[in-house]
Design a protein around this ligand. Structure first.
Ligand code: PNS
Length: 193
């Protein structure tokens, strides 16, 4: 086990099974791991920082050397404030490499003592990203197996606010939320008939 503290920074909007897989791997090799959610992202997030924090805390409660935190501004400054020695990032495919390399080298330029460590999540998650999960869920597609159940539930609540009130389960997002124009016309026709 590597002595010292590592930071796993990211947006986690929302946490996927790939993120969780990486956190569990990281927790095995670092003495202490801080999962750090970026607060001032330019992107307009689906989940608030408080929601992401709560979900991650629940998902990592079983990992005693993992803490969840949020940060603002430069990641290396935040890392220095915690006296971290490593930054952990996941690489799923070659396509991630270019961006991650650029970021790692920029971070090294900003703070040469901080090392970036790359780890690979399980190959079954190699195509899973928060962006695609959001896209699939928004269009009413199934996200089972791609995100933890807690996140699946939160996505349902977020995208179908009446779900919590009704207390019934949508069919694993099997039915498109909006439906197509043809579906709508068909429903209207049946109603009239
Ligand atoms: O999950 P993401 O969106 O890929 O995470 C990107 C993140 C948060 C790690 C990166 O954008 C970041 O560290 N931002 C903080 C600002 C910063 O330090 N920028 C310089 C990075 S080279």
């Amino acid at each position: 086990m590597h002595k010292g503290l590592a930071i796993y920074p990211g947006s986690f909007d929302p946490t996927t099974n790939g993120h969780l897989d990486l956190i569990e791997r990281g927790a095995k090799i670092f003495e202490e791991l801080v999962v750090a959610i970026l607060r001032n992202s330019e992107k307009s997030p689906m989940f608030s920082v408080a929601e992401r924090l709560e979900m991650l805390r629940e998902l990592t409660a079983h990992l005693k050397n993992v803490r969840i935190d949020t940060f603002d501004g430069l990641m290396v400054e935040y890392a220095k404030s915690l006296e971290a020695t490593c930054i952990l990032r996941g690489i799923r495919a070659i396509s991630d490499y270019e961006y991650e390399l650029q970021m790692a080298l920029m971070n090294r330029k900003l703070e040469p003592t901080l090392e970036t460590v790359f780890m690979m999540p399980a190959d079954k998650y190699s195509y899973v990203s928060s962006r695609l999960v959001r896209e699939v869920a928004r269009a009413g597609g199934p996200v089972k197996g791609l995100v933890p159940e807690v996140v699946e539930e939160k996505l349902r609540e977020k995208l179908d606010p009446a779900y919590k009130l009704r207390g019934i389960r949508r069919l694993d997002f099997a039915e498109p939320i909006g439906g197509s124009e043809l579906d709508r016309r068909e429903r209207k026709r049946k109603k009239k008939a």
